[in-house]
Write a protein that binds this ligand. Structure first.
Ligand code: ZN
Length: 142
């Protein structure tokens, strides 16, 4: 089964580009290009150009260099957790799946749900980074 990757490969390039979507990339963002700071900056630039559902940025984020193997593994699992555009299932905990195509543009619903998943995964990944930083459950299978 082919996995859809929403992040164009050019975003994975290092070093960071000088411009992105026509915006000058500030030096502090360049330094964090492959971390959340860079990812959030890119997402905001997409929003500013009226792309409200941009490519998912978490695939271009790298785990912290000093992350322990157990947390790294669990971080990767959340990164690769993806919205399924066929079932349209919502992020766990939200009701409203499977698709209920009444009076709504399904493509729009898909986009909104994909974004819901992206935000959910981002939250989990950040939480795991925090656990590792605090030394919580390091070394436990996650
Ligand atoms: Zn850890």
């Amino acid at each position: 089964m082919t996995q859809t990757r929403w992040c164009p490969p050019e975003q994975l390039l290092t070093p960071a580009p000088d411009t992105f979507l026509g915006f000058t990339v500030p030096e502090d963002v360049k330094a964090q290009w492959q971390r959340w700071e860079g990812a959030d900056w890119r997402r905001n630039r997409y929003w500013e150009t009226n792309n409200l559902f941009p490519p998912e940025q978490r695939f271009s984020v790298r785990p912290p260099a000093d992350m322990c193997p157990a947390h790294r593994e669990s971080w990767r699992k959340w990164r690769d957790h993806q919205f399924d555009p066929v079932t349209g299932n919502r992020w766990p905990g939200y009701h409203g799946s499977p698709f209920n195509p009444i009076s709504r543009d399904l493509d729009q619903v898909r986009k909104e749900r994909r974004r819901e998943w992206e935000e959910g995964c981002r939250g989990q990944m950040l939480m795991i980074e925090g656990f590792c930083r605090d030394g919580r459950n390091c070394g436990d299978a996650a």
